[in-house]
Design a protein around this ligand. Structure first.
Ligand code: PNS
Length: 164
């Protein structure tokens, strides 16, 4: 039986912390569906289509990673894809609080869906999409924090925003 999990997130943009979870997740699952989703509590800088494009470029040679996006509820998407496992990373206690709410809400909607968590590796524990946006906005380097494809897109986007 092929073990598949969905790895959902805003990915606005994807960080090396996310990439590390995906890489390690592939040691447990045969295939991961990395899915761009809408988090209504966040105001994204990239359109879902732009985030999807970045992920497609990054994973273009990965046979075991499928990139997708969805609108609406995660449990509905999981049902549509016939997948019961959701893989997420966790960095700290504030992630824990947020993730436990996410799990309980999702389990109320569909008790069959299971969430599997991997602790973020220490060297990525400080990384977040918002910290990276700030670093790039003020001219810092994204080296070690984001994929070069993401750094280029982020610089283009943030520079264009500063000019307008
Ligand atoms: O990267 P994020 O922002 O922490 O990811 C959160 C995400 C996108 C996985 C979550 O907001 C989500 O599942 N959104 C889809 C809508 C949904 O199902 N929300 C949860 C209902 S409780």
């Amino acid at each position: 039986m092929c073990k598949i999990a969905i790895c959902p997130g805003s990915f606005d943009p994807i960080t090396n912390g996310h990439l590390n979870i995906i890489e390690r997740g592939l040691k447990i699952f045969d295939k991961l569906i990395v899915a761009v989703a809408v988090n209504v509590t966040k105001k994204p800088i990239f359109e879902p289509q732009e985030r999807l494009e970045m992920l497609k470029e990054i994973f273009k040679d990965s046979k075991h990673v499928e990139v997708d996006s969805f609108k609406g509820l995660l449990v509905e998407y999981a049902k549509k894809r016939g997948v019961k496992a959701i893989l997420r990373g966790m960095r700290n206690m504030s992630d824990y609080e947020y993730e436990s709410q996410l799990v309980l809400a999702n389990k109320t909607l569909d008790p069959d869906v299971e969430f599997i968590y991997m602790m973020t590796e220490g060297k990525y524990a400080h990384l977040s999409s918002s910290i990276i946006k700030e670093v790039i906005t003020f001219g810092g380097s994204g080296c070690g924090m984001i994929h070069p494809i993401v750094e280029k897109r982020l610089k283009d986007k943030l520079r264009a925003e500063i000019k307008t």
